[in-house]
Design a protein around this ligand. Structure first.
Ligand code: SF4
Length: 361
């Protein structure tokens, strides 16, 4: 989630979350952005169905989300930006992996660092994408599909058969949901509220009209995000102080996911909350500016809505979205109207409510 951090997860450690008699032979190294880690859960599920729970190397931010996942044995935190920065960190984690004697390592993340970790692990089989910079060090190179959703592209790594498909998943515990419910109740938020996720690491992916949306949306709203999103969240809350409650910067990732699970709808940019909502089954209105869903990171659920400016020749302009619009006008987001988002939210809420009354709709 743009800027959201899992509180209390720092440094390097291995936390066993399965009975001590299970020792995984299979390791997955996924230290990309949080959204990428969430979209890797189907791959983890497919591998776990074949081999039992698999171990995962991931970032401290994502580790808290994977702990407790039924497809995951141990979560190995690799703090590549801080405690484990540089080649010293690679060596340290690599030695730790070697001591666990994996037979197979899967590399959905195409970084050279991940390839180096796989080599250090000493695993005889290292399976990754053929277009990765470190592919020469793999023992098995898989062609990365050029089209399709990222979930299917990652599943290609396991050469998953059609009957092995698994969905994006994030099993929340009763405690996670209870904490979200307590938070909502203590802030006077009842059911059928809308969650708003205005953040993104990349500036041009941020839709600028969340405050205007909040001023016109006739229901309770909760703003979710990390510490970096607090200023934006405050502006949104100021636009409708009687209907907006700010959770940005105040909840852990698991609590944020549980809160999104309780929402009637999530309005989000092309960022990690979109994938959290996919994992917990909450309907989505996704706002795409400089990127497009065809990159493989759009919503997956039937009934979700994706909005983007269809008439701009400059769009898409980059894979992640540049910090600033190279043309200076940022029309891809500025011309995405509040009316269109309000209509999408209304359509989703009506469809969900009619499904609740008549499940066959
Ligand atoms: S160049 Fe076009 S697509 Fe890219 S940020 Fe600017 S308006 Fe958006």
């Amino acid at each position: 989630m743009g800027g959201t951090t899992e509180r209390g997860n720092v440094g390097t450690s291995i936390s066993s979350v399965v009975p001590s008699f299970h020792r995984s032979n299979v390791l997955v190294i996924q230290t990309a952005f949080l959204g990428d880690v969430i979209l890797t859960t189907p791959l983890l599920s497919v591998l776990a169905a074949r081999h039992g729970p698999v171990d995962v190397v991931t970032t401290p931010a994502a580790a808290g989300l994977l702990e407790g996942h039924p497809a995951v044995g141990s979560v190995i935190r690799y703090d590549k930006r801080h405690a484990d920065r540089g080649w010293q960190g690679v060596r340290r984690i690599g030695r730790e992996l070697r001591s666990r004697a994996y037979s197979q390592v899967y590399l959905p993340h195409r970084s050279v660092r991940s390839a180096a970790l796989a080599l250090w692990s000493g695993a005889p089989e290292r399976i990754g994408f053929a277009d990765a910079p470190g592919a020469i060090s793999y023992t098995s190179r898989v062609a990365r599909p050029e089209t399709g959703h990222e979930v299917e592209r990652l599943l290609a790594l396991a050469r998953a058969a059609p009957d092995e498909k698994a969905g994006v998943s994030l099993p929340l515990t009763d405690e996670d949901l209870a904490r979200a419910d307590t938070w909502l109740a203590s802030h006077g938020v009842g059911p059928r509220f809308a969650a708003l996720a205005p953040g993104s690491i990349w500036g041009t992916k941020r839709w600028p009209y969340y405050p205007e949306l909040a001023a016109r949306l006739d229901r309770m709203m909760v703003v979710v995000g990390g510490p970096d999103d607090v200023t934006q969240a405050s502006a949104i809350a100021a636009a409708a102080p009687d209907r907006v409650v700010n959770a940005a910067g105040g909840l852990s990732l698991r609590e944020s996911a549980a809160l999104i699970q309780r929402a009637a709808v999530l309005v989000t940019n092309d960022s990690a909350p979109l994938h959290l909502a996919t994992a917990v089954g909450t309907p989505i209105v996704a706002l795409f500016g400089p990127t497009v869903p065809e990159f493989g990171f759009g919503p997956r659920r039937a009934g979700d809505v994706t909005l983007g400016h269809a008439g701009l020749t400059c769009r898409p302009c980059s894979r992640h979205g540049p910090p600033r619009c190279p043309l200076g006008h940022h029309r891809c987001m500025r011309e995405l109207s509040v009316d269109a988002v309000l209509e999408a939210v209304a359509n989703i809420v009506i469809a969900e409510e009619s499904r609740a009354i008549c499940p066959r709709n």
